[in-house]
Design a protein around this ligand. Structure first.
Ligand code: GDP
Ligand code: MG
Length: 171
């Protein structure tokens, strides 16, 4: 019996400038484009293989106006999974994912925490341990990546989140 195509909706959440668009584009096209002219939320739909099974990803690349503009309830309700992104060179962006994460601890939506820009270690403001501890609090996956330089680790973050969504759905 051929199973129907799984659809997974992912909202990419994080402070302005952390690399949300870079990560989404990297995952969907394997390419890195240095600058994005996204002044508004962007939606992508794309089929991707996860464990050799095709999955239709719908990705919402959110676009908060500032550090205090947390994701809307509408976005949180829409998403099957949330990719929380901060930048290791921006402590404020770490505070943003902390706040955003606390706002969703009472819903069952699977989460994955991504620390981006790990190519910029010389400007690091958030340690790997801090990221790992936050991920433990959120009971979610975590990795440090560089959208600017990597393909596989970026894809792995989206794929891990997707697997968490699919396994939660089976329960
Ligand atoms: P967004 O506002 O969260 O969507 O962030 P963007 O994807 O627009 O990226 C903001 C800036 O950070 C752009 O200049 C990107 O080129 C840059 N950027 C994104 N990812 C990385 C990364 O992994 N390393 C470095 N060094 N720069 C990055
Ligand atoms: Mg963007």
């Amino acid at each position: 019996k051929k199973s129907s195509l799984s659809e997974v909706k992912v909202a990419v959440i994080g402070a302005p400038g952390v690399g949300k668009s870079a990560l989404a584009v990297r995952f969907l096209t394997r390419r890195y484009i240095g600058e994005y002219d996204h002044q508004a939320e962007t939606r992508y739909k794309h089929e991707v293989l996860v464990d050799n099974e095709p999955v239709l990803f719908e990705i919402l690349d959110t676009c908060p106006k500032n550090e205090n503009d947390l994701p809307s309830q509408e976005t949180l309700n829409w998403a099957d999974g949330l990719l929380l992104v901060y930048s290791i060179i921006d402590r404020q962006s770490f505070a943003y994912v902390k706040k955003a994460g606390l706002a969703i601890t009472n819903c069952d939506t699977p989460v994955y925490l991504v620390a981006n820009k790990c190519d910029m270690v010389h400007l690091r403001q958030v340690s790997s341990d801090e990221g790992a501890i936050l991920a433990r609090n959120f009971e979610c996956g975590f990795s440090e990546v560089a959208a600017a330089e990597q393909v596989a680790p970026v894809a792995a973050a989206f794929q891990d989140l997707c697997k968490a969504v699919l396994s939660a759905r089976r329960k």
